[in-house]
Design a protein. Sequence first.
Length: 420
Amino acid sequence: MYEKSTLANGLRLVTHKMPQRNSAALGIWLGVGGRYEKKANKGVAHLMEHLCFKGTRRYSANEIKQTIEGLGGSLNGFTSEEFTCYLTKIISSHLLLALDILSDMVLEPLLADDDLKKEKSVIIEEIKMYRDLPQAYVNELLDELLWPGHPLGMNLAGTPESVSRLKQSQLLDFKRQFYHPANIVVSVCGNIEHEKLCAKLSKLFAKAKIQANTNSQKVNIKQTKPRSRFLYKDTQQSHISMGYHCLSRKHPDRHAVSLLHIILGANMSSRLFSEIRDKKGLAYEIGTSPRYFNDTGAFFVHAGVDNRKVRTAISAIGKEIHKITVSPVAKKEFIRAKEYYSGQLLMSLEDTLDHMLWMGEQETALRRVKTADEILKEINQVAIDDLLRVAKGIFRSSSLSLAIIGPQKEKEQAKIASLL
């Protein structure tokens, strides 16, 4: 189902041929993100991603955009805690040209001083924008509680202060350290030919120097009691983010965590949606989201709540979480969660772009791509007792952190914290 080749310089190519599609999706993945930074260069991975779109030795910024978009394609990139990805979706007949452009962005970005100054200003405005959005900023506050002093607990984009201090020399050092073939995965899906892509990549990366991979700072969790943080803001609604330390992406119980997420807060039939929104009318927005990293993870509960009902909402959320740690999930609910999990997976893999992202993340993180059938088999092996066991391990009060942005004053903040 998947083809994989490794070049002599360590670069890996993974492909999936979908001959019935007109499109092809291409991603150049680098095994680096925000957690590979230190305080001195916080935000450099995200800044580097922005600057790679600002022109190369062969293509100007306008030529990059106009060439891809002029052929009906789309162009994008993202930086996460452990990955950076440059990607395009385009008609498959134009794929080799797209590969040429994206490869040049990764290998030969100009990183010009003028572009650096302008893009630093752009990113600082981006950081300010998210700080003005309490439903987004509250998650940043929660990260700081979950991983204090660790890069995972720092804003992915950095701070206005850290970004403003970044220099061209730091970007060049970062590129030398991480933008090398042994740290690159090229993931391609669609109406494509693996051997042609492999030959093209061999030429494009022929001069790229091999470097040793650099590891990120490991997580050492020492939380022994609940943590809370409040940010006073005169908002019309209180924004709540609760988090528990969880499992890594490699953990054998990862699928059990995902099923707990579906049962608790992934959709409109989930327990929290039914109880907190439908029955009690305490929130418009309520849900859960697991996050998986190489050596750790987190399970989040997020909600937007009436300012006068924060304590009521937190108590109600706590009761639903407690229930799933003491009572086995009903068989019908369990089967429904598995069907939802499997169905969402299979539907996402019908699209060339989503399938490319699926392959690229797996190969970059795990150095292999599991097929849908393998994943479905793993999901099917999860038992009801597994959910109870995993829930008991994750949802412990000593592992809980709570962040709230809203108009609560000190007295009310203390009452809320006493609920934990």
